[in-house]
Design a protein around this ligand. Sequence first.
Ligand SMILES: [Zn+2]
Length: 188
Amino acid sequence: MVERRVRPLVGEPVAMDLLNTRWAGGGVEHDLLDSLDGLRQWLAETGLDARFAADRATLDRLLRVRGALRRLREHPGEAGARADLNDALAHGCVRRRLQEDAEGGPGTPAFDVEFDDPSWGPAWTAAAGYLDLLRSPDRIRGCANPACILVFFDTSKNGTRRWCSMAGCGNRAKAARHQARGRAGRTA
Ligand SMILES: [Zn+2]
């Protein structure tokens, strides 16, 4: 039984969550996707484990999309990163359909995705999820702590979220502000 690794931020949309498989902590950089066990954990945490296997091909493809997303954040519009993303997207095909409702309702829009190889599934899902988030590009942001590399999609009403989490970087910033105020009070 492999020990589950605790990430500081989970639950973001899958494209953001893929970027958050890397995090800084204790002066070192962590990477959940450094092994197939890590991939297995990630697939479970994102609910993709029911459909996709944790194998080497899946991991390689996922890492390529993660690299592309990372480069697109650092250099928006980078052609190579866009090409990598589009390459992953080309391996899936969306088929839309109208799903029957219980009790004769109007029906519910639904879709299925077909992959030319299932190992593209998680990579495609993250890439496609990123396209969806791009409808509100200003809501895709990094944590305001410069030492933190986590990203999030801000779903707050006013779009004022600043931290990966209030319990993590948010609290540290609050504590630092208190400390600074305490120092200012003593020297006055
Ligand atoms: Zn943070």
